[in-house]
Design a protein around this ligand. Structure first.
Ligand code: GLC
Ligand code: CA
Length: 585
């Protein structure tokens, strides 16, 4: 079966850890203050040393940069601001040579209004490309009212009037990002071909931008009322509208399978498995549908529920239980703590690196694919930029939002100015933090914390958050139970209320795979217990049997024994004998 996945022999993407590089902010290679491909190339050794395996590059295509690359005017070209095709290819081969994979950010839903298609499409009602986008006459004479009541994903009406032809076009996001019409077979074919093109060039997978918005209701029915003001992780409805006809249409789920088939075809041709990870919003049970009824759709979907999960053992236990239920094998959940649209997660933890270590331990040891956002490992926090100084077009479009609503949104982790989580990478304490040359003005200001909070300082401190990530990534790579094992939650009755425990176990590695493992990991039966103390107090835990080794502690040193005293916010990983006694009721 083409869609089937064999978990006893997981392929690379099932075991991987993804690191998101927000290209503009990672490393400037040519001293213009803007991050670029040459910059990433220069930092590959850093990424290898950290231990991440797959890099996700945010859009590098030709673009007017009004949404910093999510508004593409030519998806076959590299924007000169970021480099050239030759540089991109160099980056791909250099990453592959280090055993790393690279995925790109595919924006299928819309183009820039400067894309040649849209320029042609908007020219006249009988343009041959008119139907590439969603054009409709207004409801009242004179085009006075939009075709229906739909709101965009970000609040205001998503229909935009165009006087040239006295019609309206639809945009799910910002007005200069007109949505493509996937009911037009030519559009669909062209976008599938675009995906194939980049995969054949050597990319290992695609991150699919607002995938859930691809199809809209064919009959353009009005969306019903919803009592929700702000969209939440569990419910993308907002602005008093239920997005019944604008997102998650059945046709989009079908298209996920079509796209999967196209990707599998490329993979079959060159023998390199690829993966798709989609951006959609809603409860896990709903998101799972994007993976297809027979695991024949998208390989992964982002799960953002972590953003709203309280820092407490019962809350994370419930989350793991839900993810395990909805994304049972052969599916895999994803663990995401932040991205280029949301407030950095450290802020949600009161900027406490101890708590961050604990959450990183969970993220890198639960069953699933972790997504790390650049700067998280160093402990970078959000910038503070007044709305008037914002570069983010989304911020400009929401300038009229009243202060109380902005504060409420912030408490939900929603940034009205996404610049705040996109600050230049803090490499060292030199002027401009090593992001760009001293004297150059970086495209966004550096966070003033960079003198203390930076990669160089973190690497010099054996106890830093960065070192904790590095140790976890190494352990994850060497331990089949962690990158490929099943997950079983500990019975809560066996643990103090503020401790979360789970066991990861995998069948003995096959001979071929075992050769690549360290002796330590290959020898023992692969079964480990992860214990996470979410409280600021010590907690006593008794293991059902004597563990054979301590593999990791957020606090570095930990004693081996059955009776444990977990220190405040300690995360501990111990190897447990193969014939481990039951831990769940
Ligand atoms: C996604 C991206 C976001 C972008 C939007 C429109 O949500 O993550 O950064 O602005 O889509 O493409
Ligand atoms: Ca540059």
């Amino acid at each position: 079966m083409p869609g089937s996945v064999n978990m006893s022999d997981p392929t690379w993407w099932q075991k991987t850890c993804v690191y998101q590089i927000y290209l503009r902010s990672f490393q400037d290679g040519n001293r213009d203050g803007i991050g670029d491909l040459a910059g990433v190339l220069a930092r590959l050794d850093y990424l290898a040393e950290l231990g991440v395996e797959t890099l996700w590059l945010t859009p590098f295509f030709r673009s007017p940069q009004r949404d910093f690359g999510y508004d593409i005017s030519d998806p076959y070209a590299v924007d000169p601001q970021y480099g050239s095709l030759a540089e991109l290819q160099r980056l791909l081969s250099a990453a592959h040579a280090r055993g790393m994979r690279v995925i790109l950010d595919m924006v299928l839903n819309h183009t820039s209004d400067e894309h040649a298609w849209f320029v042609q499409s908007r020219r006249s009602k009988d343009s041959p490309l008119r139907d590439y986008y969603l054009w409709r006459p207004g409801r009242r004479p004179g085009g006075a009212a939009p075709p229906n009541n739909w709101r965009s994903m970000i609040g205001p009406r998503g229909w935009h009037y165009d006087a040239a032809t006295d019609e309206w076009y639809w945009a799910s996001f910002l007005p200069f990002q007109p949505d493509l019409n996937y009911r037009n077979p030519q559009v669909k074919a062209a976008m599938l071909e675009l995906c194939r093109y980049w995969l054949r060039l050597g990319f290992d997978g695609l991150r699919l931008d607002i995938f859930s918005a691809l199809f809209k209701d064919a009959a353009l029915r009005d969306n019903p009322f919803s009592p929700h003001l702000l969209p939440a992780e569990d419910n993308p409805d907002g602005f008093f509208q239920h997005n019944q006809y604008t997102i998650d249409q059945p046709d989009t789920l079908d298209f996920a399978r079509e796209l999967r088939a196209a990707v599998d075809e490329v993979a079959a041709q060159d023998g390199v498995p690829r993966f798709l990870v989609g951006e959609a919003f809603g409860p896990p049970a709903k998101l799972r549908r994007y993976c297809g009824p027979r695991a024949d759709g998208l390989h992964l979907v982002f799960l953002f529920k972590t953003f709203r999960t309280r820092f407490a053992a019962p809350a994370f236990r419930a989350l793991l239980r839900e993810y395990e239920r909805e994304f049972a094998s052969p599916l895999l959940p994803t663990y995401v703590l932040g991205n280029h649209d949301r407030a950095r997660y450290l802020e949600r933890l009161g900027n406490d690196p101890q708590r961050a270590k604990l959450l990183a331990t969970l993220q890198l040891t639960a069953r699933g694919v972790p997504f790390i956002y650049y700067g998280e490992c160093v402990g970078m926090t959000n910038l503070d930029i007044p709305p008037a100084a914002a570069k983010d077009a989304f911020a400009a479009s929401s300038r009229r939002v009243p202060g109380w609503l902005a504060r409420l949104a912030r408490r939900h982790g929603l940034l009205l100015n996404r610049d705040e989580c996109r600050g230049p990478m803090q490499w060292d304490d030199s002027p401009n933090a090593g992001f760009t040359a001293p004297g150059v003005t970086p495209w966004l200001p550096l966070h003033p914390s960079y003198r203390q909070v930076n990669v160089a300082a973190a690497q010099a401190d054996p106890d830093s958050l960065w070192r904790c990530y590095q140790r976890l990534l190494r352990l994850r790579k060497q331990t089949p139970a962690l990158h490929a094992g099943a997950l079983l939650l500990w019975d809560e009755a066996l643990l103090p209320p503020q401790v979360l425990g789970y066991r990861r176990s995998s069948p003995p590695p096959r001979a071929a795979a075992a050769a690549e493992l360290t002796e330590d990991a290959a020898g023992a039966g692969d079964c480990v217990d992860v214990l996470l103390n979410f409280s600021a107090e010590e907690q006593a835990v008794e293991l059902p049997q004597q563990p054979t080794a301590v593999l990791f502690s957020t606090h570095r040193e930990a004693a081996l024994g059955r009776r444990l005293r977990l220190r405040p916010y300690e995360g501990l990983i111990v190897r447990t004998g193969r014939a481990a006694p039951p831990i769940s009721g």
